[in-house]
Design a protein around this ligand. Structure first.
Ligand code: DMJ
Length: 674
């Protein structure tokens, strides 16, 4: 190349260059410049002819060389360029706007088909839902989804699925808003929508049993669970023999009592039978629901009690069994309860006549109880989701929104009454976590969980309230320094604690499990110890309805004092309920042992030989606990159910990441399971 060029430079005659270097201006000025194609072609040709043969050869060689290079580079680079130019325009919109990254990204992102191929390598890890079973599952809980060993199963699923799904997840995270509100350690998921959840309801939903995952090996029932089944059968025998289709069994007089006349015990017990696997009993009860349960009755029912026991019981039984009979009945009672919300303030009345469609407050007041109007939400919201009818959810959401804005709270703690005309709290200045306020706090957290942790107002109110509890109601007793929740009346602290408050450790643990601060778990551990001591320090080993804690050490005095009017036991569930949550979340066997002690003491002091269990009047007298002759429906609906779940090591037996229990222990599905 070098020598050819030198030779070319030496040989051409000088005049050639004169003609070539003629500037356009000069040509135009001479009248010779014509920019037509023909002129340009002629001029090029003339120049070409003026070149020496060597010069022409060099130029031709250069052209040929460039052409060969062009062909080679086209065949090796053509494909990437093709893919870049054919990239769909909407993909480009999601690329980072940093110049240079735009071209690099497509080359490194895996093609969509490749992701699918990877998923095919791990069929069980596919993020898609498993195919639905062809029929609704029928028959009690031996059909419930059972898991193999908890730890092994979870680990396997987590680890490998993460490996497969990580890129997809990372992409998702990039696209979603990351704003997180932090409340003293609490992580609050952002609400993706400004609309209330009700406005999203479009299509009726199917029961959660239909969405069940793969069938798993059933976990065998252990001896303690067998003892619960035996206790349930004994209670059921009494109910069947003496109170069938009535509200409550009176086991001593071998008769029954009516409250609403709606077979309350039977409905409350339906899902317990399902969970315990009592197929025959369940089928018999189902027949009664199908043939004899009629809501078209001229009867006044309490809105709260009939919602948590009847509506809640029917909805959860529908979910577990997939049997549409229970949904039909739930719709019926739900519709009949709606007149309660026709009040000037939209805060519902306490009582509804379900036959006449009229509602009213109690005779002596126009107030409703705060716990009652704020603890019907899980059930009505779920009814809306299942039916596609927004009115149920709208009514109860409005109550929560209103209570959220009300003044009269004390660091998140609410008074016990609310007026149905004005919508304002009444009887200000008294704060308790016991009767008339308890489940307000429980449902703040549980609604937040039910709705997929998006409704931040609920969480804010819950977190604020727990801070209020810590600030105003927590104290420690003497001599054992038990942490307890007292009451505040017009600035005066009272060391009184209802057994009802023992729902709190379970609720706190549930919150901690759902990502709230670890302090809540610590408090739960302290409080469940106290609730257990409310049993252990008493002569029968059964808790009274109310205790007073000693704040000052006195010789010969225990932490727990009991007043004569408070020494009854109604077979309540709250402590066993919290033991269940504590065991599920910690795996500490002591909670099972405590529950086992309690079951044995129920058997010892409250079991009636001819069938059924009875509330007692005196937990301090083991020789004569004074049976009251009444078995509350919640003994079957809640107490025995929580016992059975407490003794189980199967986390999928009502998985707490998929279900949330209403305040009557009826599990309802979490809308967006964890
Ligand atoms: C049940 O009806 C419910 O648990 C309610 O929230 C409180 N009272 C009883 C059980 O004690």
């Amino acid at each position: 190349m070098y020598s050819a060029a030198a030779a070319a430079a030496a040989s051409p005659p000088r005049r050639d260059f004169i003609s070539v270097t003629l500037s356009p201006e000069e040509a135009v000025g001479a009248g010779g410049y014509n920019n037509s194609k023909a002129w340009r072609r002629r001029s090029c040709w003339r120049k070409w002819k003026q070149l020496s043969r060597l010069q022409r050869s060099v130029i031709l060689f250069l052209f040929a060389f460039l052409a060969v290079c062009g062909v080679i580079s086209y065949t090796s680079m053509g494909e990437p360029w093709k893919s870049l130019t054919s990239k769909p325009s909407d993909d480009q919109g999601t690329e980072p706007e940093v110049p240079g990254l735009k071209l690099a990204n497509p080359a490194v992102l895996p093609a969509p088909q490749k992701v699918d191929a990877n998923r095919g390598d791990y069929p069980e890890l596919s993020p898609q839902k498993p195919p639905k079973p062809p029929h609704f599952r029928r028959g009690p809980s031996n059909l419930q989804i059972k898991a193999p060993r908890r730890d092994v199963r979870l680990k396997t699923r987590h680890d490998t699925s993460r490996a497969v799904e990580e890129p997809v997840q990372a992409e998702k995270e990039d696209k979603t808003e990351k704003s997180v509100i932090s409340w003293r350690g609490a992580v609050i998921e952002p609400d993706q929508s400004t609309e209330p959840p009700s406005s999203k309801i479009k299509e009726p939903e199917k029961p959660s049993s239909v969405e069940a995952e793969d069938q798993k090996e059933p976990v065998p029932i252990n001896e303690r669970q067998m003892a619960v089944i035996e206790a349930f059968r004994h209670a059921w025998k009494g109910y069947k023999d003496f109170a069938w289709g009535h509200d409550e069994l009176k086991p001593l007089s071998k008769s029954y009592s009516e409250w609403f006349g709606l077979g309350l015990t039977l409905i409350d017990a339906l899902d317990t039978m399902w969970i315990l696997g009592l197929k025959e009993e369940f089928e018999e009860a189902r027949k009664w629901v199908a043939n004899d349960l009629v809501f078209d009755k001229n009867v006044d029912v309490n809105l709260f009690e009939s919602t948590i026991r009847i509506l809640g019981g029917l909805l959860s039984t529908y979910h577990l069994s997939g049997d549409s009979l229970f949904l039909e009945k739930a719709k019926d009672i739900g519709n009949r309860l709606m007149p309660a919300f026709k009040t000037p303030s939209k805060i519902p009345y306490s009582d509804v006549n379900i036959g006449r469609g009229t509602a009213h407050p109690p005779r002596w007041t126009s107030d409703s109880t705060v716990a009652e109007v704020t603890s019907i939400q899980l059930e009505f919201r779920e009814l809306s989701r299942l039916t596609g009818d927004e009115k149920f959810q709208k009514a109860v959401d409005e109550v929560m929104k209103h209570v959220h804005t009300l003044s009269g709270k004390n660091d998140g703690l609410v008074p016990m009454f609310i007026n149905t005309n004005s919508g304002q709290f009444t009887h200000l200045g008294v704060y308790t976590l016991g009767a008339r306020a308890d489940s307000y706090y429980e449902y703040l957290l549980k609604q937040w969980i039910q709705g997929g942790k998006k409704e931040n107002e609920l969480l804010e109110d819950y977190m604020r309230a727990i801070e209020g509890v810590k600030k105003h109601l927590l104290q420690r007793s003497q001599p054992k320094k038990l942490t307890f929740v007292g009451e505040l009346a017009h600035g005066h602290f009272s060391a009184k604690m209802d057994h009802l408050v023992c729902f709190l450790p379970g609720t706190l643990a549930l919150g901690a499990h759902n990502g709230l601060t670890a302090d809540h778990m610590k408090l739960a551990e302290a409080l469940i110890e106290t609730c257990y001591q409310m049993y252990a320090q008493v002569e029968t080993g059964l808790s009274p309805e109310i205790v007073h804690f000693n704040l000052h050490a006195q010789k010969g005095h225990k932490d727990v004092e009991i007043k004569p009017a408070d020494r009854h036991n109604l077979l309540r569930p709250e402590t066993v309920e919290s033991l269940f949550y504590m065991y599920r979340f910690t795996g500490d066997k002591k909670y099972q042992d405590w529950g086992w002690e309690i079951l044995q003491n129920f058997n010892k002091y409250t079991r009636v030989p001819t069938g059924g269990y009875t509330s007692i009047n005196n937990v301090q007298n083991p020789r004569n606990p004074e049976p009251r002759d009444k078995m509350e429906s919640f003994f079957l609906g809640e107490t025995l159910k929580y016992m059975f779940l407490l003794f189980s090591d199967d986390i999928d037996l009502i998985n707490l990441d998929k279900y949330v229990f209403n305040t009557e222990a009826h599990p309802l599905p979490i809308w967006v399971p964890a």
